[in-house]
Write a protein that binds this ligand. Structure first.
Ligand SMILES: [Zn+2]
Length: 105
């Protein structure tokens, strides 16, 4: 969850992890967090609801590992099962620093 400073121009001063309740700020730097967001529309059981969760790096990748495990359980006896186990990029949208991406790190 975003922690805002009250005032005329409300600004997020920190982001607290919705799983472990720890600050996602590491020292003087900007908060580092992942976001899980959903905006449910017509035809869904949660129509009109919007959800947004903020996760620290540790909790984010713990959730990614759990999603990957759930996906693997669904197809573990298929050929796809083996591929999921070795997929280090599961859910990742860009290249890692090792692959030539992440120029800001
Ligand atoms: Zn956390």
């Amino acid at each position: 969850m975003k922690v805002a400073q009250a005032g005329e121009h409300e600004m997020a001063i920190d982001v607290v992890c919705d799983v472990c309740c720890m600050s996602t700020r590491n020292g003087e730097g900007e908060p580092q967090y992942g976001t899980m967001h959903a905006s449910w529309g017509k035809g869904s059981a949660h129509c009109g609801e919007e959800h947004e969760l903020h996760l620290c790096e540790r909790c984010f990748f713990s959730q990614v590992a759990e999603m990957k495990r759930a996906r693997w359980l669904a197809v573990m006896f298929d050929e796809e099962g083996d591929a999921i186990l070795v997929d280090d990029a599961y859910g990742r949208a860009t290249k890692s620093a090792k692959e030539g991406g992440g120029e800001h790190c």
